[in-house]
Structures are given as structure tokens and as C-alpha cells.
Design a protein around this ligand. Structure first.
Ligand SMILES: Cc1cc2nc3c(=O)[nH]c(=O)nc-3n(C[C@H](O)[C@H](O)[C@H](O)COP(=O)(O)OP(=O)(O)OC[C@H]3O[C@@H](n4cnc5c(N)ncnc54)[C@H](O)[C@@H]3O)c2cc1C
Length: 397
């Protein structure tokens, strides 16, 4: 029988995670929030550094990585409990890009030297990475990318531009794709590189999103020299490595455990306001049905996440399953943000710096920020194409 209640061991682990957060995160919570406000949490601030060091000392930077690579090697249920409690508390997480999908890519594709150089600093939260795929003319049709890599002695020389690069302004390294054989078919002439973001010729220019935070950037490359030892995988076969990263990315974006907690918070608010008699939220027919739908959907998202984490625990890389998780969770995230607006009404529209804003203004922030959820990591249309093709075996349209 499938059992969703915690076993005694799981309950003990949940208590351990909660106690750790209470002891180590709570004293820093306000400082981390205030210091990181303008950056959407991207900036490395003193309080955030202190918290990440504590998390690293505990060995909990990369709960899903195998122990042999310094991860916590947590089982499926432990990962869920860890993720759930971190989401419930709103605790700052290490860079999801770095730990969630670039680290696993290095584990899968990297040489021994690359693993030795890059995995330990990631596990100490000392390095942050970004992903340089998208270009002004290449997003969904990524294989049309134009950034060039030309061999010169033992180096490659990179010229071109990336866009929408999340966290580039705080990153030490980028994994990036460049065209290294312009005469080959478009998927076959691409190489995957590790680029030092502090190398001469790399220029990062900020882009501010409509939620008013600086998360992503344009990145320009002018004669940037990258040593051959920084090729990730094989020359001209970078496309296949990049797809592996995308599978990891969609698996980690699709992890929906926090959403159920978010929905339960909204339900609690509707219940309490109905009981207090101040407002009749819990009695409003439309809202009752909307909250019931969000509750049901958050359970479905959880089931999809179980499937993905179970595959990862078996050493498999979820493919169309990851697209299912990403698609469902991200569209649901937008619906939850919209329901929160219905629950809080005009108050929900107050910004993070305005007095009386519920949840410190984060409902308004979420409403604005979640618009991007169905674009980042591959649009919903692209996820549906992957599910139809690779998952359902349907021919291309
Ligand atoms: C918040 C955020 C963070 C991001 N971070 C990064 C990052 O760190 N690194 C990075 O490399 N990129 C990043 N991106 C870029 C993201 O991957 C692209 O925006 C995305 O892949 C879509 O590409 P595009 O913007 O060029 O849109 P396009 O590909 O031009 O798509 C435009 C529209 O056409 C639709 N469309 C395109 N092709 C098809 C098709 N074959 N079938 C059906 N519909 C189609 C799309 O679904 C979309 O609605 C980020 C984007 C956002 C919003």
C-alpha cells in the first residue's frame, strides 16, 4: 500500500530538519531577507554566507548528490521531507542552478580533473554558476545559437552574446554552448564549455524583471580564451550534454513540494478569517472551489515529483517525466499566485516595501515573478512538445 504519512524514522528526520532550521536559520532570517531584497535573493550577503556555511558544515548543500561526490545521498523520502521543511520555513537555499543541475552535469559529464576542481567548492557554497544557453535569436530553437568558439593553440576563443542569464552577475563560472563547427548540421557543431566569469573579455550587463528584481543578465564575450581542459564532454557533441543539463534542470524546477504548503497557508487564512467574522473568505463559494482545486492540484504535482525523485534515486535521468513535472508545477505556481490575490484582495497587491503587505509583500512579488515560470527552463509549449514526442511517441507536427 502506498503510505504518505511519515514513518517513525521519517518523523524523526523531519524533527531534525525543523530543529536545524530553527537553530541556524531563524536568527538570520530577517537579515537575509533585508540584505537580499533588491536581488531576488541572488546577491551574496554576509548573513546569507553565514547560513550557507552552516548548511555546508551540516553536509546539506546537495541532499540529492551521491555520497561519493560529497552529497548527502538522501533517499527519496528524506529529500522530500528536507525540501518540504525548507520550503515551509522559507529558508534560503543554495543556488538551485549550481547544485540542482550544473553540479549533476559535472558529475555526469566531467573529467576527473573537472570534478576535483569544481565539486568541492560547490559543496562549500563557495562558487556560484550560471547557464549560458539562450541568445537573442535562440531560445526554444536553441540549436540555432550563433556564439562562436574557434580553436587557437591549446585554447578556444569565444565571441558572441548570451541573454536572460540568471545569476551571471554573481557567478564565478558559466556552463555555456558555442558553435565550434559552423559547417556541421546545427545540432552537431556545438561544444559545451566551462567559462571563468572573471576571464578577460566577459562582460555582464543587468536586466531588471517586472517583479523589480535583478535576476538575469546579458553576457557578452569578446575574444574570451578558454583552455581546452574546460571542454565539458566532447568537442562538437555539446548538444547532447546540454540536453542532459536540461533534464536535470526540469527535474529540479518541477519539484513541487513547497506548493502544497503554500496552498495550505492560503486555506488556513481563509479558515481563520471566516472564524474571526471579520471577513467571510471561507464562505465565498468561488473561493472555496478555487482553494479546493489548488489543494487537489498540489497533490497531483506532488505525485509527479515522487516519480521524478524515485527515478533519480535509481540513477536514471528523468526526461519527458521532468518536462511533465516542470510544466505542471510551473502552471500550477501561476494559478496559486493568482488564487492568493483572490484570497488577499487589494492587500495582496502591496509591494515588499509597503506597510501592511501580507507575507511581507511576497504575494504580489510571486504574482509578478511567476509569469516567467512558464518561459524559464523551456516554455510550456516546448514541454508539451517533449511529452507528446518522447513521452507519447507522437510524430512531429
Ligand atoms: C526568468 C528567466 C530566467 C532565465 N534564465 C536563463 C538562464 O539562466 N540561462 C539561459 O540560457 N536562458 C535563460 N532563460 C531563457 C529561457 O530559456 C528562454 O526565454 C526560453 O527558452 C524561451 O526562449 P525565447 O525567450 O527565445 O522565446 P522563443 O523561443 O522565441 O519563443 C516565443 C514563443 O514561441 C513559442 N514557441 C517557440 N517554438 C515553438 C515550438 N516549436 N512549438 C510551439 N511553440 C513554440 C514559445 O513557447 C513562446 O511562447 C530564462 C528566461 C526567464 C524568463
Amino acid at each position: 500500500m502506498v503510505q504518505f504519512a511519515d514513518s517513525p524514522q521519517e518523523a524523526a528526520f523531519r524533527d531534525e530538519v525543523r530543529a536545524f532550521i530553527k537553530e541556524s536559520y531563524e536568527p538570520l532570517r530577517v537579515a537575509i531577507r533585508d540584505e537580499g531584497k533588491a536581488s531576488g535573493g541572488y546577491a551574496e550577503t554576509p548573513s546569507k554566507r553565514k547560513w550557507l556555511s552552516t548548511l555546508s558544515d551540516k553536509g546539506w548543500i546537495a541532499p540529492a548528490w551521491p555520497v561519493e561526490y560529497g552529497g548527502a545521498g538522501m533517499g527519496v523520502m528524506e529529500q522530500f521531507i528536507y525540501n518540504e521543511e525548507m520550503a515551509e520555513s522559507g529558508a534560503t537555499r543554495p543556488s538551485g542552478i549550481t547544485v540542482g543541475f550544473i553540479g549533476p552535469t559535472i558529475i555526469t559529464l566531467g573529467t576527473d580533473a573537472q570534478k576535483q576542481e569544481h565539486l568541492p567548492p560547490i559543496l562549500k557554497a563557495e562558487t556560484v554558476w550560471c547557464q549560458g544557453y539562450s541568445e537573442p535569436g535562440s531560445g526554444s530553437d536553441l540549436a540555432s545559437l550563433q556564439t562562436r568558439g574557434v580553436k587557437d593553440g591549446d585554447d578556444w576563443v569565444i565571441n558572441g552574446q548570451k541573454i536572460w542569464t540568471s545569476g551571471a552577475h554573481v557567478s564565478d563560472y558559466m556552463v555555456m554552448l558555442a558553435r565550434t563547427d559552423p559547417d556541421a548540421p546545427k545540432h552537431k557543431g556545438i561544444t559545451y564549455f566551462i567559462v571563468d566569469m572573471h576571464a578577460p573579455g566577459v562582460e555582464v550587463r543587468p536586466l531588471v524583471n517586472m517583479a523589480k528584481t535583478h535576476e538575469f543578465n546579458e553576457v557578452y564575450f569578446e575574444d574570451v580564451r578558454v583552455p581546452s581542459r574546460n571542454v565539458l564532454g566532447e568537442v562538437n557533441r555539446g548538444w547532447y550534454g546540454a540536453v542532459t543539463t536540461l533534464d536535470f534542470e526540469r527535474s529540479s524546477i518541477g519539484s513541487a513540494v513547497g506548493m502544497g504548503k503554500g496552498v495550505q497557508t492560503l486555506i488556513r487564512h481563509a479558515q481563520e478569517s471566516a472564524e474571526s467574522g471579520v471577513s467571510q473568505l471561507g464562505h465565498r463559494a468561488g473561493l472555496r472551489i478555487e482553494l479546493a482545486d489548488r489543494y487537489l492540484e498540489s497533490q497531483i504535482a506532488r505525485m509527479i515529483s515522487y516519480r521524478i525523485v524515485t527515478m533519480q534515486a535509481q540513477g536514471l535521468i528523468p526526461n519527458y517525466e521532468a518536462s511533465m513535472g516542470k510544466l505542471y508545477a510551473m502552471e500550477l505556481n501561476q494559478r496559486i499566485a493568482s488564487t492568493a490575490m483572490h484570497v488577499f484582495g487589494l492587500h495582496g497587491q502591496l509591494w515588499t516595501d509597503q506597510e501592511g503587505a501580507p507575507r511581507g509583500g511576497l504575494y504580489n512579488y510571486d504574482y509578478m515573478r511567476t509569469v516567467a515560470n512558464t518561459i524559464e527552463g523551456g516554455t510550456s509549449e516546448i514541454q508539451r512538445n517533449i511529452i507528446a514526442g518522447r513521452g507519447l511517441g507522437l510524430p512531429r507536427s
